[in-house]
Write a new protein. Structure first.
Length: 760
């Protein structure tokens, strides 16, 4: 028999569960009473002379002793009511002796053994009423069977999806129509894009959708930073669900949009098309609404794609007052807040002020119910709640400026330059460098344990630790954006305290955004700071050897040189231009042991042709040097898409490279014809094959080659893919959940009695 974890249910949830179970078991309709003032009645059936009372006692946390103590107070009520039948349902496990003791307490004239339902009896009823179980969503998802399947699934696929994180949030979760609606889109169309404003619950909804699919044996594929991570894990014929939270980014999408030169939009659309064309695949994406709209305007590929058709907008207006009430109730019920704080929520109906506030959203409710955050506040609890609702950003600012230590600020600034997440080793390096600089510059005290203290101080409020260090949610990065924009000297500190070249890239990318003009102006006034930061980090090795494994991290040297050129050009700085030559020498040294990164080398060539402020002779010589290295590397083998980038970025008619182009053409034609089918048949979507055909056409005209036979083969493969996509999709694997547990109409009195039960 499956065992269910009733600890994920509130008193209110437990009463609804018992009502639904007994109605299904007995074939009658039970009348519910308001919480708190039931006079000894939770559920009642009174018809045709029958007088049935059901009392629900959710004391799984206190165990049998707590239950028995409470029942002693119920005996006088039960005797006064004198029902024809009295049923006691409790979440506490009961032995035969326990039941006998309970019956003796009430008396056999009131209660019989068979009408005392303990945890085991309720589990038994649940196993016989699958529909009721599925309706009580979070109880089903917390069952031992589901957990075992999910954990086995996650372990098998080695996904980054945090099962324990979802299990911890299940008790607070309130099922709303949004779950059914998003699930319907996902089941019908295989793809759902959950878009909405910050804090509305997008990630929570996506987590629940993914968790539900894991129990159905879908293999999860979770992308953390790049959609290519997910694409590489695609397995034809296997039920898979792809998950990419915040797939368009939350912080740095601005006037420039994505790195379109690196084909991010194409990579996303290729995976989307792959999923849409595979009957046993699913995909969940989340994004902020304004970023989604910006991306649709920035990218022609997005604009002409099907992404908009699969968007599900999650808005706070979809949360009815009963839903808001249950969200707040669940968060308070399952919180560690002391009784005094709970009284401040309940007394004088303060909860109405919260649930009816214009700024209500689940993230704010999480904040006001988390003890570790509340304890930091020196103000009265209600004033803290009101300030949080009126302007959450002000609270963040106040906490950053007034309530955390300097080491904690250094850690948050360092995490900003690491895009909000990194492994412990990189976090330590970044923190040590930045904190040392800030302490020296501002005369701050510095202790050996500063990092450990900062991690402890920020835990559960600003950051979370789960094998790595990452910000608690995107609003922390929003805070850091504001901090740096309001005080652009912070950007100078980030450069002077940078440990990796990638941190410099990120600061530069941030400064280029349209709403970071003051940051860019500050960098322009201090080019020497930027030059010093680049000089300190630009030649650091990116190859790391560990035992028999070789790994690469940080930016490639092609990208470092390209970025340095761009910065020098934008800031009109001879000091930064002076770094180009030694960085080019380091790149040449890299090429002695590592292959040329073809796509990034072509972008470097484009940047060189755009540069107007540097020494013309040096830039021309560098262009020729990189172009020659690129052509020689490509001659040893390159992909079709890489060759197209070469054709687009190199002046192939230049007499100086005429012989190299001739050699490259011969080698590429031979290599391409020998490996074409291998390269073709890994493509799973029509758009990928269309792109390949376009690339071949560009290359054959650019190099005066004939690829008509290869193009014909690609078109045949395209036709096969089109036939396959028309196959009948697999039927749905599981039914939509019943909406009976979604909060319906509740009067003010109903909501009031719900919150009054918090004080029992």
């Amino acid at each position: 028999m499956t065992e269910y974890d009733f600890r994920c249910l509130s008193h209110h949830d437990f009463e609804l569960l018992i009502r639904d179970l007994l109605q299904a078991e007995w074939g009658i309709s039970l009348e519910s009473f308001k919480s708190g003032k039931d006079g000894g009645i939770d559920l009642r059936y009174a018809k045709d002379g029958d007088h049935l009372i059901v009392q629900c006692k959710h004391y799984v946390g206190t165990g049998y002793s707590g239950l028995l103590s409470k029942l002693k107070k119920e005996v006088p009520k039960a005797r006064r009511l004198r029902p024809k039948r009295y049923v006691l349902a409790t979440s506490v496990p009961l032995s035969a002796d326990n039941k006998a003791e309970v019956v003796a307490l009430f008396g056999k004239d009131i209660l019989c053994d068979s009408d005392v339902l303990g945890a085991e009896d309720i589990n038994n009823l649940l196993n016989g009423h699958a529909t009721i179980l599925r309706a009580h969503f979070k109880l089903w998802l917390s069952s031992t069977v589901v957990l075992e399947r999910v954990l086995h699934n996650v372990e098998y696929t080695q996904t980054n999806f945090k099962v324990e994180k979802v299990r911890r949030s299940l008790p607070k979760y309130v099922q709303t129509p949004a779950f059914n609606e998003a699930l319907n889109i996902l089941e019908r169309d295989r793809l759902v894009i959950i878009a909405g404003p910050p804090g509305v619950g997008k990630s929570t909804l996506a987590d629940m959708l993914l968790y539900a699919h894991l129990e159905q044996q879908f293999q999860p594929v979770v992308a953390e930073r790049d959609v290519r991570e997910a694409t590489a894990q695609y397995r034809e014929g296997h039920p898979q669900i792809f998950y990419y939270d915040d797939f368009l980014g939350s912080t740095y999408l601005g006037d420039r949009g994505f790195s379109f030169g690196h084909k991010d939009d194409r990579a996303i659309l290729n995976l989307v098309e792959l999923v849409l064309g595979t009957p046993n695949s699913r995909m969940i994406l989340t994004t902020r609404e304004h970023i989604f709209n910006t991306a649709m305007g920035e990218s022609e590929k997005f604009k002409n794609s099907v992404l908009f058709d699969h968007r599900y907008r999650l808005e706070i207006e979809q949360y009815s007052e009963p839903v808001r009430a249950e969200i707040l109730y669940n968060h308070i019920y399952f919180s560690a807040l002391p009784e005094a704080k709970k009284h401040q929520i309940v007394d004088d109906d303060f909860f109405f002020e919260i649930i009816r506030h214009d700024k209500f959203n689940p993230r704010i409710i999480e904040w006001l119910s988390t003890l570790s955050r509340v304890k930091r506040q020196s103000v009265h609890y209600r004033n803290f709640v009101r300030a949080l609702l009126d302007d959450p950003s002000e609270l963040w600012h106040h906490a950053y400026e007034k309530e955390i230590s300097n080491p904690a600020r250094s850690l948050l600034l360092a995490l900003f330059t690491l895009e909000g997440r990194a492994d412990a080793v990189r976090v330590k390096e970044a923190f040590d460098a930045l904190h040392a600089h800030r302490c020296q510059k501002y005369g701050l005290a510095r202790q050996p344990h500063d990092l450990r203290s900062a991690l402890w101080e920020l835990g559960d409020g600003f950051i979370k630790l789960n094998g790595s260090v990452e910000v608690f949610d995107p609003s922390v990065l929003d805070l850091m954006n504001a901090v740096i924009r309001e005080a652009p000297d912070n950007a100078l500190d980030l450069l002077q305290g940078a440990a990796f070249f990638g941190q410099i890239e990120l600061v530069w990318k941030f400064a280029r955004l349209s709403d970071s003009k003051d940051v860019m102006a500050t960098l322009a006034k201090h080019p020497a700071v930027m030059a010093s930061a680049i000089a300190r980090t630009m030649t650091a090795d990116r190859r790391v050897e560990y035992k028999d494994t070789v790994a690469y991290y940080c930016s490639t040297f092609e990208r470092r040189l390209c970025q340095t050129l761009e910065i020098a050009e934008r800031l009109k700085s001879d000091v930064i231009f002076a770094l180009v030559a030694p960085l080019a020498d380091r790149l040449a040294l890299e090429w002695k042991t590592e292959p040329v990164e073809i796509v990034e080398a072509t972008e470097l060539l484009r940047q060189l042709t755009r540069s107007e402020s540097g020494p013309t002779g040096e830039l021309l010589a560098l262009y020729s040097q990189i172009r020659l290295a690129l052509l020689k590397s490509a001659k040893r083998g390159c992909r079709i898409d890489e060759m197209r980038e070469i054709i687009a970025s190199v002046s192939i008619k230049d007499p100086e490279i005429e012989e190299e182009i001739r050699k490259l053409s011969r080698h590429f034609k031979f290599h391409c014809e020998g490996n074409f089918r291998d390269e073709l048949y890994v493509l799973q979507t029509a758009s990928e094959v269309d792109t390949l055909i376009d690339d071949l056409d560009d290359i054959q005209h650019g190099l005066s080659l004939n690829f008509s036979r290869l193009i014909e083969i690609a078109k045949e493969h395209l036709a096969d893919l089109s036939d396959s996509s028309n196959d009948t999709a697999r039927e749905r694997e599981f039914e939509l959940w019943s909406e009976k547990t979604i909060p319906g109409h509740m009067s003010d009195d109903d909501i009031r009695e719900l919150f009054n039960s918090l004080l029992e």
